[in-house]
Design a protein around this ligand. Structure first.
Ligand code: URA
Length: 247
């Protein structure tokens, strides 16, 4: 919301002038005349400060400058919902991130899944990354009940019909087998992003997923981050993502 104080805020007349709409003096006149609205409300005080997300109109023309694009790589903990809001009051991924712009998750991880999640306000890139045709490689590590047979591993690799559609080819590696607890750690690489896909694939071959973590998304991994931490992507990484989706 706009207000008369705040660290990241700028004076309304300065924002109008910086947008190129008119001079600062003209902007001050327009404000005093009641020709300027912020988020739909007329503002006549010159001292009013606004932030990047406020919508400013002068004589009905939106002059808000474009939000700066943000690209965040987040290490999602368990029991966090991949959503910008939760009606049940559960912790959301946005509770971990201090951002002035309206970022949102690129795809989703289940409430109990941990690992790599991208967030951005770049709708174009987000849509391209999520598009099935883009086939971004995602690496998951699953702790599953039981020990998989060769036949089961081959089924996972070759595709399984879930929700009436066959999954595309996957890579599967057994990382560890614990005979005592009868559990296995399996690395699975998929190119799709269907709902609960990994859990459904393992369930189909008779192995419940006990824990699930996404370790990699395209060339990005969790190196240097602890659970609950995030970092900004570098320009080089953003360009690389664009190159991937524009292939
Ligand atoms: N597959 C799942 O089953 N759950 C996730 O969170 C991600 C992939």
């Amino acid at each position: 919301m706009f207000s008369k104080c705040g660290d990241e805020m700028e004076r309304l007349q300065k924002v109008i002038a910086n947008s190129g709409y008119c001079s600062r003096r003209k902007a001050e006149e327009e404000i005093k005349k009641g020709h300027v609205t912020v988020n739909g409300k007329i503002v006549v005080e010159l001292g009013t400060k606004v932030e990047g997300t406020d919508v400013i109109e002068v004589n009905g023309t939106v002059i808000r400058k474009e939000e700066q694009k943000e690209y965040i790589l987040f290490y999602k903990p368990r029991e966090v919902i991949t959503s910008v809001h939760d009606d049940k009051g559960r912790t959301t991924v946005l509770d971990y991130i201090d951002s002035k712009v309206r970022i949102y998750p690129v795809g989703r991880l289940d409430y109990d899944t941990t690992g790599l999640l991208l967030l951005t306000n770049d709708g174009e890139l987000a849509n391209l990354l999520m598009h099935p045709k883009t086939e971004i490689e995602k690496v998951y590590v699953a702790k599953v009940r039981g020990i998989l047979t060769g036949t089961e591993i081959n089924k996972l690799k070759n595709g399984i019909v879930i929700d009436g559609r066959k999954t595309s080819r996957a890579k599967v590696k057994v990382r560890k087998i614990d005979k005592k607890s009868q559990t296995s750690i399996i690395e699975i690489t998929i190119h799709e992003g269907r709902n609960h896909q990994v859990k459904k694939m393992f369930e189909h071959v008779g192995h419940e997923v006990l824990k699930l973590k996404r370790e990699r998304f395209a060339f990005l991994d969790l190196k240097g981050l602890h659970s609950g931490e995030y970092r900004y992507l570098s320009i080089k990484e953003i360009k690389k993502l664009y190159a991937l989706v524009n292939k």
